[in-house]
Design a protein around this ligand. Sequence first.
Ligand SMILES: *Cc1c(COP(=O)(O)O)cnc(C)c1O
Length: 396
Amino acid sequence: MTSDRSKRIKPSPTLSIDAKAKAMMAQGIDIVNFGVGEPDFDTPEHIKEAAIKAIRDGFTKYTPVGGIDELKKAVVAKFQSDNNLTYREDEVIVSCGAKHSLYNIAQALFGPGDEVIILSPYWVSYPEQVLLNDAIPVFVKTYKGDNFMIRPDLLESKITKRTKAMILNSPSNPTGSTYDKSRLEAIAEIALRHNIYIISDEVYEKIIYDDTKHISIASLSNELKRRTIVVNGLSKAYAMTGWRIGYAAGPREIIQAMTNIQSQSTSNPTSIAQKASVAALTGPQDFISLMHSEFDKRRRFLVDGLNSIDDINCLQPTGAFYVFPDVSKLYGKKTELRELNSSLDMAIYLLEDAMVALAHGEAFGDDNCMRISYATSIDNIDKGLKRIREVVSKLR
Ligand SMILES: *Cc1c(COP(=O)(O)O)cnc(C)c1O
């Protein structure tokens, strides 16, 4: 009855665990939720005020499909000052979230038989968006020993005549790793030589730690900028996930195609959310450093705690608000009632016996690991760590 296309996509692989955790919470069970994919901070007041003002002023009608000029100008200025990238307004589109920008790109670029390189572990929507647009996801594995950054020779070995694009996500969800300049240059060289597009998802650019610098791959050269579509958004940097504003910048023809596609699907993103986004991008930025220092404290606390548990091994991530510990040394171990052999077994064990909810690594393409979000309070993290330690100590 439903289309082939609709059958091609999997329901979200973390959904069943998530549903179970929610059902337990609804029963009043005290779950520590490490599954959260959004900042646990409120949207800053001046941003909310801008939206309220927009409503009062009657700014509640259709806007230009790809966003109001004022917001496009703010986005252009942001690329210039943060990323040293010069775009014109017709090289920018505002969409209903970065996820929607990514989807528009997939619609504008991919077709039957096209291969799209996805670095694994990956954000769960990349393969599904590729599949929904009749193209083929080609996975290239990255390893913990390389800080989850791609080995250039492995990347090159997966490129064929059908390779259309690769999707890059730095800082990364789920691994928290951030690409350094030399790795980006190696990727860039390969992409240029094989004439493939780079889709660069940079939604975590503001959430990076220590001496790490965010570098947009598009800024490495003009030649590369012409092969790259940069995706970013307001959700993660300004705690605005519910407002649904994201944007993309790239070659004018691609942005035009994306705008045409958007004009026949959603039309413009919400008018009042666009006004709020202007306030976010052009107003005071102090919220970001407050959120950042809180995340940084939690990150250190969580990583130290995890590494002090036997057989759990966790890298210190350099970006985003996730850690991606390797728990595979626990595989093969047992309790009286069960044996753990996969990240899913581990997630179910932690949920049922420790009342800790988290996402299993297999959902992101790496069955050795678990994704833990620290978009939750230090107290919760402390409680969750104690619970994990206790149930791990029961394994034989
Ligand atoms: C959250 C997230 C997005 C989507 O963000 P929205 O702007 O809310 O659509 C895109 N990519 C990654 C890697 C994310 O984690």
